[in-house]
Design a protein. Sequence first.
Length: 219
Amino acid sequence: MDGNGRWAKARGELRTQGHLEGLKAAKRIVKAAADMGIRYLTLYVFSTENWKRTSDEVGFIMGLIKQYLRSELEFYEENHIRLRHAGDPGGLPQEIAAEINDMCIETKKYTGMQVILALNYGGRDEIMRAINRAAEAGENIVSLNETTLSSYMDNPDIPDPDLIIRSAGEYRTSNFLLWESAYAEYYFSPVLWPDWTEKELQNAVESYQNRERKYGGIT
Ligand code: FPP
């Protein structure tokens, strides 16, 4: 969800204002995706590298996340949305980790779209944690195969992403879903994240629908 900072700067406002608008855009896109019948939507909210930002900005984003989680319960209920978490809960402030855990339990009964909040998430970190979990569970690391390692990822029941969208004209993966994105299609948009509306999502999905997926094979 890139471009919050630039969106605010262009208006002579603080970066935090950009994150506030970014949160509104996230809500718009979650609703639009649910209405379109998308089954899984992962939002890259905060990476394992985002701690490098100023403590003011990190504190503001964490506050926003905490407020967002609880206050949206009615929205999840109305839209039958189940919340999930990807990332290391151990590195999060205790109250955020507890809140996200509670919300995942409370929304487990909803059978609509699943929204996965990638929070303190890094693709390399997830792979390392999966290897460690496999070792702790008694797997033979030397003969580990892809299927077994996949089963130790943060959300092994969730299918690999079909489409990964990056906003604000950035052309990097930035440590996002490294394991799961092996055959994902990418969509890059110049539109800053706070300006995202249902139309941008539709454009991305239309672009996806016109791709030919060969998974390394031939058609
Ligand atoms: C990237 O833009 C944005 C972030 C690292 C924060 C994302 C957080 C939110 C959208 C608010 C919380 C959302 C939810 C769903 C709880 P940037 O700051 O890197 O922008 P820039 O590239 O223009 O500087």
